[in-house]
Design a protein around this ligand. Structure first.
Ligand code: A3P
Length: 285
């Protein structure tokens, strides 16, 4: 393993040296090295797993509030719960992380490191996801096409995070594993307290009324929106790139499906779900 890591590191450095498109290959190698060779799961590790725009940030805040008893003294939530895939490109070092190590990730089930650690998967209504992702692409990735074009890419799994359908399905299949907790964004919205109890039990965190109150208060949408810079550390960079910040926590509701989709889009969406999920038991999509 060590030899393989060193060999890959040398190859990575060579690609880095050439720059341009080689840079992309270097990043892929760095990422592979980190996920497959450098990171070793330990039982106390926790992964918050989502397809983008499914309330990753909210869950980061909830879990951090649970373990820290309401601490707000951080510049960005990513300092406390880092983005796993980006670690090799950041100044975060695995060795410097406190225990338990909690990560945010968008990795699909087949790509995530497997171990005795815990995985909390959050699924959000797909039509809310596609709309939220569209606004994210427009605000942060300079996407200029219209929603119809974006929607097609989403259905075809041609976005940065590939197919939402396969992502959900992959994790849904292992939802009964004892180290997996499969949740719905909609549960958090409609049944916050009970969901927090579930999360605390799963993670073995003590919960009492006072703590629940703090967690609830500090993770409410309006509260987080007020401190948006703590959740969107890209603000400064984005501004210098001419990209519009203050759009990360956009609305935080779950009924776009009914409001913004015409019948044709709903039919296309449902057809795709039937095709991929092959069962109606994956509820609340
Ligand atoms: P909208 O774009 O629909 O508003 P992620 O963190 O995975 O990127 O997900 C972002 C989505 O979660 C955004 O959805 C954001 O508003 C929503 N969100 C973040 N914090 C929230 C909170 N405290 N309550 C409800 N929704 C929240």
């Amino acid at each position: 393993m060590k030899l393989l890591n060193i060999t890959l590191l040398i190859v990575q450095r060579v690609f880095e040296f050439f720059g341009g498109i080689s840079q992309y290959i270097a990043r892929t190698i760095a990422s592979l090295r980190f996920i497959k060779l450098i990171y070793k799961p330990i039982p106390t590790d926790v992964f918050i797993v989502t397809y983008p725009r499914s309330c990753t940030t909210w869950m980061q805040m909830i879990i951090y509030q649970l373990i820290s008893n309401g601490d707000l003294e951080f510049n960005h939530i990513g300092e406390k719960i880092p983005f796993f895939e980006r670690i090799p490109f950041s100044n975060i070092r695995l060795k410097g992380l406190p225990n338990p190590r909690i990560f945010k990730t968008h990795l699909p089930y087949d790509k995530i490191p497997k171990g005795k650690c815990k995985y909390i998967y959050i699924m959000r209504n797909g039509m809310d996801v596609v709309l939220s992702y569209y606004h994210f692409y427009k605000s942060y990735l300079k996407y200029h096409n219209n929603f119809d074009a974006f929607f097609k890419k989403f259905l075809d799994g041609k976005l940065q995070s590939k197919s939402w359908f396969n992502h959900v399905l992959g994790w849904y299949k292992v939802k009964e594993n004892e180290n997996v907790l499969f949740l719905h964004y909609e549960d958090l919205k409609n049944n916050f307290d009970a969901t927090i109890v579930k999360i605390s039990n799963f993670l073995g965190i003590e919960l009492n009324k006072d703590k629940l109150k703090i967690v609830k208060q500090n993770s409410e949408f309006d509260f987080m929106k007020n401190y948006e810079e703590k959740f969107d550390h890209a603000n400064e960079i984005l501004l210098t790139m001419g990209i519009k910040p203050k759009n990360f926590l956009r609305k935080g509701t779950s009924d776009y499906g009914k409001i913004e989709f015409d019948d044709k889009k709903i039919q296309l969406f449902e057809k795709k779900m039937d095709e991929i999920f092959k069962s109606k038991t994956i509820a609340k999509i």
